[in-house]
Design a protein around this ligand. Sequence first.
Ligand code: AMP
Ligand code: MG
Length: 360
Amino acid sequence: MRDMGTRVFIAKDNQLSPAEWEKTVSVLRNGGLVAFPTETVYGLGGDATDPHAARKIYQAKGRPSDNPLIVHIADFSQLEDIVAETPEKARTLAQRFWPGPLTLILKKNGRIPLETTGGLDTVAVRMPDHPLARTLLKKSGVMIAAPSANTSGRPSPTTAAHVLEDLDGRVDVIVDGGAVGIGIESTILDLTEDPPMILRPGFLTKEALCEAIGEVRTDPGLCKDTAERPKAPGMRYRHYAPRAELTLIEGDSREVVAAINALAKNAEAHGRRVGILATEGTKDSYRAGEAVSVGNREDEAEVARHLYSVLRRFDNLGVDVIYSESFDDSGLGQAVMNRLLKAAGHRRIDARDIRIEDMP
Ligand code: AMP
Ligand code: MG
């Protein structure tokens, strides 16, 4: 692709200068691409009603074109402009959680082209809660189709530097709003099914959704042990993955540390560089490899916020293999484990199965 020359505008107090806003808005209105921060991760945005912009997004990311984009809106009336009908549960959820990290899947009308929705007759919609994203949506009046602003398959970007790492020359403007607050993607809820179904666990927990609208199911295809395919096309691909092979080690904390130490020592003995995804409480217990902490195990939000930048860090360190601790699979931990398992291609080992004396 021709190098377009990417411009980076650095926001101060969540504001750009009038000239920077003007340029950013004009890029969006004229079919160009703008990367911008949301509260979850950085998005790669284009006009959701423009099929050419959608194609550019797929091309810039190297994303398969059957993997639909999320449409970002500024207010509820825009949702009603693009869907075939607005179920009562959509109103309830929007009132309760928008702006915020919840994406709703609804039947679309003709305003959003099939290019944006990966050929589906449904559309994913979200109202983001980041001041820069909101200002961009309002100033431009454009509904913004935006997947995460990473190369397809790589960890999602939580800083503008991550976006530049992946998309320099492939996006017209990057709005740099610093590190995002949440760091993990929105929860995707399919409202075309009854009861509604979680297609991707995210920052907003199942418990919070149930409290608002009653019964909610989780897509059985998300569990690797079933034969069913995940319903969100994006959940079918290997994703969120660093370059090195990642393996999750499960078990109680002491056993996990001992197992990872044995694995790391063994890998180093074979000339491989090792990264260890550790936590504050364990990071000093590793005797081999390069341990990087994702935060305090008890603080799930901190772990979620740091997860992607730690995965990218391993890429920059140039490690060959990564051993990762595991996390509780409840609440926000469900989203963290979903991303880690996908990054690991579902490679997981029980710590007790590592026989230290068997190591060659
Ligand atoms: P990203 O914005 O990069 O997190 O990707 C958007 C996610 O939303 C992908 O996993 C898509 O497969 C999913 N998605 C978007 N639109 C739909 C839809 N209409 N039906 C099901 N999943 C969708
Ligand atoms: Mg993504």
